[in-house]
Design a protein around this ligand. Structure first.
Ligand SMILES: Cc1cc2nc3c(=O)[nH]c(=O)nc-3n(C[C@H](O)[C@H](O)[C@H](O)COP(=O)(O)OP(=O)(O)OC[C@H]3O[C@@H](n4cnc5c(N)ncnc54)[C@H](O)[C@@H]3O)c2cc1C
Length: 514
């Protein structure tokens, strides 16, 4: 059953959505009770419980950080936006013991056809034990991450919007929309593209405004499947922004270019969809009974800074780009994974002086690269003759396995190499999941600690053993004697010399405890 129309606040800078699910009506559940409102001191307050905020909360809890997530919506959203989780995000789930749960709810598909939706088979020999796309709806990802964070002890309060904050030498005072004030040592804005935290922080968000708008929604249709298939294949040869496909239980996912948008804050209506379907396909396919309707743009922007003092930004709050390639959620979750252990180290008091700043130096360039690849993909979606010719050329080039692999590794984020200084190619990259004599490598990283994988069996993590595990395994399948992994699985050191190792343990994990 569907509720009558009601509008919701636009949820993102370039996205407006209308939800027709009765359970999601704002105000159905009462807001935080009075007892919840007592001022409390936390280590970290996270604004926003989307995928980024939920992942960050879980990562912080692994290190016993007192964390509160404030989410302005009273109910989780039901919009099914994403294509799915890409390889690196699936690896992160494996590294935190979430893989089985997440696999239960998703469908594995080949790691292929993401770049500008150019249809090609998956490249040979991708360097991952999880070389597939996991098709899984965004609300399910958020639910699983939120559940995981709560199981680890994170507090999540819904119906609480961050309205203002003030930082000083010791912490941040966060003010909610109802005037309540809370104190924490750090605040992280994971509050999406329209981020209140970013705006209050006064951090610039330069880039390009939206040039094209696209409608997307789920609804039922009034014509047979064959009629839809024929139309879609006819139009899709020239217009990649049009598609209608079955999405289970008689519901179809409809994507069609929008037109004549005057008020970008106003959610689209079913009539908008009908009009645009008629304009593009010559028929509205008898669409009816929408589950949800949304409109998104292709604005591309990157925050100038990810940190100002005790306030940080992550996920869509720090970067926005068109959804082509399906990278936004993945990028945000990976930001959180990079930030979590560093912020925890800062709070626990063992962080080397510059560790927290490496969040920006490592993740800002990654986002820059994603923004660039989505810009390129958007050009390749254009119906103009020049970009269409370029698309044909790239389609031919992708027959070379190296080209195909290069692009897939980029979209799936397994190509990332942080700049840790000169060294072998593996330095700064993430290590794939491998077999060790104590089990799968990623299973040994569930607690979010560092790990020394030692094939020489003569090294030690000494005074860092409270932060770093030592795994002596001469049989481990590695081309190098030993690797030191950070809690995010990136290779922080390669070698076999104890003094050199100690220097690198200090660099990443601070002073030894004894
Ligand atoms: C059509 C479409 C398709 C997409 N497809 C994909 C895809 O296939 N793959 C992919 O990886 N990404 C995809 N994305 C992008 C993805 O949806 C976003 O990148 C992702 O949701 C970002 O997560 P986030 O947690 O950073 O922000 P959000 O998901 O926007 O979460 C922010 C949260 O903060 C809350 N909030 C906002 N303001 C406040 C406040 N003041 N106080 C407290 N809480 C607040 C919001 O209610 C929200 O819950 C797509 C996006 C669109 C529009």
């Amino acid at each position: 059953m569907h509720s009558p129309h009601f509008s919701v606040e636009p949820s993102a800078n370039d996205t407006v959505e209308r939800d027709f699910t009765a359970d999601n009506a704002p105000g159905l559940r009462s807001r935080a009770s009075h007892s919840d409102r007592a001022p409390l001191m936390f280590d970290v307050i996270i604004a926003g419980c989307g995928p980024t905020g939920a992942m960050l909360a879980a990562e912080l809890r692994l290190h016993d950080v007192r964390v509160l997530v404030l989410e302005k919506e009273t109910e989780p959203v039901s919009f099914v936006r994403i294509v799915g989780l890409h390889i690196r995000s699936i690896e992160l789930m494996a590294m935190r013991g979430l893989l089985e749960r997440i696999l239960e709810h998703g469908r594995r598909r080949p790691a292929a056809g993401f770049f500008a939706a150019i249809a090609k088979p998956a490249p040979q020999g991708l360097d991952s034990a999880h070389a597939y796309l996991l098709g899984i709806p965004q609300p399910v990802v958020v639910h699983l991450l939120e559940e995981h964070a709560m199981q680890l002890g994170a507090q999540i309060r819904r119906g609480c919007a961050v309205a203002d904050f003030e930082q000083d030498d010791e912490g941040v005072t966060v003010e909610l929309a109802d005037g309540q004030q809370l104190r924490s040592r750090y605040l992280v804005g994971c509050d999406g593209a329209r981020s209140t935290v970013r705006k209050l922080l006064g951090v610039g968000f330069p880039g390009e405004p939206s040039r094209t708008e696209t409608l997307m929604g789920e609804m039922e249709v009034g014509v047979p499947q064959e009629e839809i298939t024929a139309k879609v294949s006819e139009i899709h040869t020239t217009d990649k922004r049009f598609s209608i496909g079955p999405f289970g239980q008689g519901v179809y996912r409809v994507v069609v270019p929008a037109a004549g948008v005057t008020d970008r804050a106003e959610p689209p209506t079913l009539e908008d969809f009908k009009q645009q379907l008629r304009a593009v396909a010559g028929t509205d396919f008898g669409v009816h009974s929408p589950r949800w309707l949304s409109r998104f743009g292709d604005a591309t922007r990157l925050a100038e800074r990810y940190r100002v003092g005790r306030v940080l930004l992550a996920g869509d709050a720090a970067h926005i780009h068109p959804p082509t390639g399906g990278q936004g959620l993945n990028l945000g979750v990976q930001d959180a994974f990079n930030l979590g252990w560093k912020l925890a180290a800062q709070i626990r008091g063992w962080a080397p002086e510059t560790l927290l700043d490496t969040y920006q130096t490592e993740r800002h360039p990654v986002a820059e690269d994603v923004l660039d690849n989505t810009r390129a993909q958007m050009e390749l979606h254009s119906t103009e003759p020049g970009p269409q010719a370029l698309r044909r050329l790239l389609t031919e080039l992708m027959d070379f396995d190296d080209v195909n692999r290069y692009l897939i590794e980029k979209i799936t984020a397994i190509d990332i190499r942080y700049d840790f200084g000169a060294g072998p190619d593996l330095l700064g990259r993430r290590l794939r999941d491998i077999d060790t004599k104590h089990g799968r490598l990623y299973d040994l990283l569930h607690r979010g600690r560092g790990l020394l994988l030692d094939r020489t069996e003569r090294l030690t993590v000494g005074g860092w053993s409270d932060r770093v595990d030592h795994l002596a395994d001469p049989t481990a399948v590695l081309d190098v004697p030993c690797v030191l992994l950070r809690p995010d699985g990136h290779v922080a050191w390669i070698g076999d010399d104890q003094q050199d190792l100690d220097d690198h343990l200090s660099r990443w994990f601070g002073k030894p405890a004894h």
